[in-house]
Design a protein around this ligand. Sequence first.
Ligand SMILES: Cc1cc2nc3c(=O)[nH]c(=O)nc-3n(C[C@H](O)[C@H](O)[C@H](O)COP(=O)(O)OP(=O)(O)OC[C@H]3O[C@@H](n4cnc5c(N)ncnc54)[C@H](O)[C@@H]3O)c2cc1C
Length: 455
Amino acid sequence: MTKLSRLRAEFAGRLVEPGDPEYDEARAVWNSMHDRKPSLIARCATAEDVSAALRHARTTGRAVTVRGGGHNVAGTAVADDAVMVDLSLMREVRVDPNAGVAHAQGGCLLRDLDAATLAHGLVCPSGVVSHTGLGGLALGGGYGWLHRKWGLTCDHLLAAEVVLADGTIVEASADLLWGLRGGGGNLGVVTRFTLRLREVSAVHLHTGVFAPDDAVAALAAYRDFAEAQSRDLHTVGAFKHAGRQDWIPAALRGTPAMFLTAAWFGDPADGPARTTPLFVDAAGNSARVLPFAELQALGDHSEPHGNRYYTKSCYLTRLSGGPDARLVECATEMPSPLSAIDFEFLGGAITDVPDADSAFPRRDAPYMCTVSAQWTDPARDSENAAWSRRGVERLAEWHYGGAYVNYLQDEQPGKVAEVYGAGRYERLAVLKSRYDPANQLAGNQNIPPLPERKP
Ligand SMILES: Cc1cc2nc3c(=O)[nH]c(=O)nc-3n(C[C@H](O)[C@H](O)[C@H](O)COP(=O)(O)OP(=O)(O)OC[C@H]3O[C@@H](n4cnc5c(N)ncnc54)[C@H](O)[C@@H]3O)c2cc1C
């Protein structure tokens, strides 16, 4: 009996090899820059399957990658010649509305979680594009519409079932949970996330557009507005090509413009009074009340599967008084009309969690900025990637330090250590030495185990 037929005998899901009809679809990830060919795709149906796939990889000497939603911009879910532990068949969610808790399998997309919880008027704060995977997002942090009001996705992680690198299935202990709250996929494969839920109702959403010439003034107004708001109000902004909606002035349609959006999570009736002050100088604006589920899917179409993506991101000390002019320059040099520069004011409930209580770093970062290149023609890869890199470099004077681990892509050596900072990085390395001493789970923003000490 070969090692593969032994795995087949105990595997409840599907094993996909090169040449199988579903191989190309199963190895494809969201960012088509990563056209990689694993030796085996283990489409797991249970935690026991995950365990069997990890043990198989170990005995055959193969590297392992873990696929949640396949959305990571760096394509860490797939690698040449590796065993891909694919969780995309594990997308069940059980909700206990009385306890205010959801149990979500490790391969859930955000939309799976939302669909199950919103049926009870509940939600776990998560990201802004519903086809993103819960796994990678929650383990790296999880910013979204509700982070100012209630904190990050990882702050809602109450418990987890984890398959360790040696195949052992465990309920996460307190130290492992600490590391899962922000440490990425380094410590094990999470097959069940137990998440705290919050009540949510309809949302008042207001968006306005500004011509590039007015952006510096609008960013100063944005700073004054955003920093003064209660946690029920979340604001985001972007430089991107304007669409053709009626409320966008004809002169701006199809050109790079600046958008500001304010989402009010209090009583929708109070929404207009809360959001309108941000848009008094906008060239055009539009406001409406929408169900939370619709808000969660608003970003779905602008970042589809299969395009080419390159992202650089940084935390910023401020947006106004320096970075603003650089952002406008960067926007006007955008080589692809699909690209965007996103920014947002953070703070709020993110800062309520004591810094030492989770692996998630830099809770006090004031602003996030992401320069996201998106295009379709492979011949234009270097031009678009260079634009994104240059965009973040030109903001260097105002970098807050660190970066969001889930937005890292082809970084310099040492970047992951910089993201976490010395003490936190060492604590994660100690956990890595305990839970994955051979660094079998290295297909991520990797934190290697500590070198073995000689007696
Ligand atoms: C269009 C888009 C929108 C986004 N929006 C947001 C946002 O609003 N907020 C935000 O915070 N981030 C956002 N992100 C970033 C997102 O958090 C990361 O891309 C994240 O890695 C996606 O998780 P995934 O499971 O889909 O990724 P995958 O590519 O499947 O996995 C990425 C890594 O996560 C690990 N992993 C995934 N699942 C598991 C698991 N169950 N157990 C152990 N390890 C696992 C693996 O190490 C893997 O290498 C967005 C990304 C995209 C592409």
